[in-house]
Design a binder for this molecule. Structure first.
Ligand SMILES: *Cc1c(COP(=O)(O)O)cnc(C)c1O
Length: 368
């Protein structure tokens, strides 16, 4: 791995390939794989990663919003793209770029059908989402006959898939709840497939669903965090490889005496001789203020250096009193050994949040 000379997020595409192969090894050979690349592929870079994943042979991509799908098309991605949370205002653009909407309510279904008919589309692929317990987006069991009637009246759209989302697939204490979600998904999709007379692709599992509920893979699975190297469990984290390493360097070292303070609002007061290192990364880069005041730490020459005082917009200060280090030395914020999940836990949050918070101004570097 190259040594950093500024703040960089190093992305290991070999690790991405490993994770893809590992997740695929959990699937029946006919089960399709959808790669979730919303939010810049969880803070990495959706275009670059989607190109790589397209070559590896993923069957589908998903993004949250239409503009994310447009960016992938502009980067040359040809694989079908499901837009999980399309906004009606963007439907024309969605159609122009051959993106496929998730339709989750009567209102959004009718808005899409109206436009599809105006544009004289035939069998435009759409995806129906059902709420089976997350209570976020989705049709309910009571919408089934309405859906069947509405779909029969138009040939402008065709249901390419039906799906739902698990609320607690990573939490085995919630297994009974997850099993009720799986069962109601089966019931709903059986009924609707019978009424419309064809069988769309069915998909339910996210990463932890893939790993914990092998009997609920249906025809396709959707993975985000697993591709990026996190399995939401001690056991699965060992089988996956974090693809991102966030690195920076020491900009300056200060030696302070007892009573001196560090940073804004004098957030840290030294109680003895103190050596600090200032690093060029701050809350504008995604290291939120909740990591300050000795919650979070970084690694310098294999030792832990706690973040002291308040996190600044573009900088943090860390305690290096007992660490042999110099200006220009490399600093690891997270990586394969001290993972983003561990780093996130210091601020009471999860890998998903720290990864997707990393600012676009951080340079991304790819290792092939
Ligand atoms: C984000 C998302 C996923 C991916 O979940 P992971 O836990 O990252 O694998 C799958 N499905 C839907 C509907 C999502 O919103």
């Amino acid at each position: 791995m190259p040594t950093a000379n500024e703040t960089v997020l190093e992305i290991d595409l070999k690790a991405l390939q490993h994770n893809f192969n590992y997740l695929k090894s959990k699937l029946h050979k006919n089960t399709k794989f959808l790669a979730v690349v919303k939010a810049y592929a969880y803070g990495n870079n959706a275009e670059e990663l989607a190109k790589y994943l397209e070559n590896l042979g993923v069957d589908y991509f998903a993004v949250a919003y239409t503009n994310e799908g447009v960016a992938l098309r502009n980067a040359g991605i040809k694989t079908p793209i499901l837009v999980l949370h399309p906004q009606a205002v963007n439907f024309s653009k969605l159609i122009e770029y051959k993106l496929e909407p998730n339709l989750y309510s009567r209102k959004i279904l009718n808005e899409f059908i109206e436009l599809a008919q105006t544009e004289k589309l035939i069998n435009y692929p759409v995806h129906l989402k059902f709420n089976t317990g997350l209570n976020r987006l989705g049709f309910s069991v009571n919408d089934i006959s309405y859906l069947a009637e509405t779909l029969k009246k138009t040939d402008a759209i065709k249901v390419k898939s039906m799906f739902s989302h698990l609320a607690a697939s990573e939490d085995l204490n919630e297994k009974p709840f997850t099993l009720t979600q799986i069962n109601s998904f089966k019931t709903i999709t059986d009924k609707l497939s019978n009424l419309i007379g064809y069988k769309p692709i069915l998909h339910l599992c996210n990463t932890s669903g893939i790993l914990n509920y092998p009997d609920a893979h249906f025809n396709m699975v959707r993975s985000g965090i697993g591709l990026y190297g996190y399995g939401n469990s001690v056991k699965e984290n060992q089988n996956l490889k974090p693809i991102g390493t966030l690195k920076t360097i020491i900009s300056q070292i200060h030696t302070l005496k007892k009573g001196d303070s560090v940073g804004y609002n004098r957030g840290y007061i030294s109680n003895g001789v103190l050596k600090t290192a200032t690093l060029p990364i701050g809350h504008a880069d995604g290291i939120g203020r909740q990591y300050g005041n000795e919650k979070g730490y970084v690694i310098i020459n294999n030792q832990k250096a706690p973040i002291i005082g308040n996190v600044c917009m573009d900088m943090i200060m860390v305690n290096v009193t007992d660490i042999d280090c110099n200006e220009g030395d490399e600093v690891i914020i997270f990586g394969p050994n001290n993972t983003a999940e561990k780093f996130a836990q210091t601020a009471n949050t999860i890998s998903y949040e720290i990864l997707t918070s990393l600012s676009q101004r951080i340079k991304r570097v790819y290792l092939y």
